[in-house]
Write a protein of this length. Sequence first.
Length: 50
Amino acid sequence: MNGDQSTLGRCPECGSSIPSGWQLIEYEREDGADGVFAECPSCSEVVAPK
Ligand SMILES: [Zn+2]
């Protein structure tokens, strides 16, 4: 089985992909899209994954 891990996106600080388990909160952006904040496992910053 090829477990395809879901990710939130990439850390804008260091470029690492952030697993969905690291999500902290979800919010609505000004343009109405969903956004999330997550802690980057690589650089320990709280970022909005891209
Ligand atoms: Zn990072």
